[in-house]
Write a protein that binds this ligand. Structure first.
Ligand code: LMR
Length: 350
């Protein structure tokens, strides 16, 4: 009996010793040095980029160029797959898709971001920007940083501001030269309080429809008119469904490029650097070319002869500016003093 006890004791001690050594409980476990620089390298990443416009537009061209540059700069380890024309989501749906990591990059129009934070209404104020230089100063400065900060709480990581151009007005009812000509028209706008108010102030009836339903609602006569850049008016064929185009430049259309912050933080530093390098190059290219792209679209619209074009005079423009003054008064409060002061400074110095 004593022999059995001895054998069992030796067995228990042996098992405990093996267990103790095998799992290294004795020695202090130094955490393995995680080298963020290398972690994840040589793993292929596929980033899905969703947007709602046609490929032959400033945003469409920029997205394709970005995809190519990222592939080159990461030697194929990061692939950007672009989904244009709202093939995955409408503009508002993009935010949810990004948060669920179903897509990794989106570039909604500024007006779409106002739904998340009213500070973004500053970019929908009529005639807020006078020229391209002022736009660049805004987004490279305080306006750009304050606006990206305002949506960080939603997990949005702002990586660039992309340009399109100034918006024009089209409709099917009458030539529009002065603001009062818009009274009584139903007008499709993006879901921005400032845009809605802009048309309500003129006695019009603003209606919300997603971008890729605009052609249908125009051709069905559900709305009388809309506003957009020449690249969107041309690439989506709105000029074929509308009788009158007023070159008003009354609002600015640009895009905020976002990634999901949590996902962004998982990317190896090397790949983050390559993505930002590519994004910087594309943003610069877009700033230099978006004006000529829109001018090219105007030429094609003019040549088509399918729409009557009114080239707004300075006097008419001043009458529009005057009519839109209440919009500044109404929204400067929700936009906030800091942003309104910065916009005022840029407007005075341009
Ligand atoms: C729109 O009117 O909804 C479009 O301008 C959206 C866009 O991304 O250009």
């Amino acid at each position: 009996m004593r022999g059995l006890i001895t054998i069992c004791s030796f067995l228990i001690i042996g098992v405990l010793t093996a267990y103790y050594i095998g799992f290294g409980f004795g020695e202090k476990q130094e955490p393995k040095a995680v080298d963020k620089e290398l972690e994840g390298l040589n793993e292929k990443y596929v980033l899905r980029f969703s947007h709602v416009v046609a490929e032959n537009t400033p945003k469409g061209l920029a997205a394709s160029m970005f995809a190519q540059l990222v592939r080159e700069k990461t030697e194929g380890w990061v692939e950007v797959q672009v989904f244009p024309n709202a093939s995955l989501y409408e503009a508002q749906g993009e935010f949810g898709g990004l948060m669920r990591n179903e897509v990794h990059i989106i570039a909604p129009a500024f007006s779409e971001v106002t739904v998340l934070d009213p500070k973004w209404l500053v970019l929908d104020l009529p005639y807020v920007f006078q020229d391209e230089q002022m736009i660049e100063n805004a987004f490279n400065g305080k306006v750009g940083s304050l606006l990206f900060e305002s949506v960080e709480e939603y997990g949005l990581h702002g990586i660039a501001y992309w340009d399109n151009s100034f918006k024009q007005f089209t409709n099917n009812v009458r030539p529009v030269t002065r603001p009062e000509d818009i009274e009584g028209l139903s007008v499709r706008v993006m879901p921005s309080e400032a845009l809605i108010e802009t048309y309500q102030v003129l006695g019009a009836n603003p209606l919300l429809f997603p971008f890729n339903e605009v052609y249908d609602v125009l051709s069905a006569g559900i709305v009388d008119g809309t506003e957009n850049t020449l690249s969107n008016i041309y690439s989506k064929g709105f000029y074929q469904q509308q009788k009158y185009l007023t070159l008003s430049n009354h609002n600015y259309l640009g895009y905020a490029v976002f990634m999901n912050k949590e996902f962004w933080d998982t990317l190896p530093t090397d790949y983050q650097n390559s993505i930002m390098e590519a994004m910087k190059e594309v943003t610069l290219w877009l700033r230099e070319h978006t004006k000529s792209i829109n001018e090219e679209m105007l030429e094609r619209i003019e040549k088509s002869g399918q729409i009557e074009i009114h080239y707004q005079t300075e006097d008419e423009k001043n009458s529009w500016k005057q009519a839109f003054k209440p919009i500044y008064e109404k929204y400067s409060g929700v936009i906030g003093e800091e942003l309104m002061k910065e916009i005022q400074r840029l407007q005075n110095n341009h």
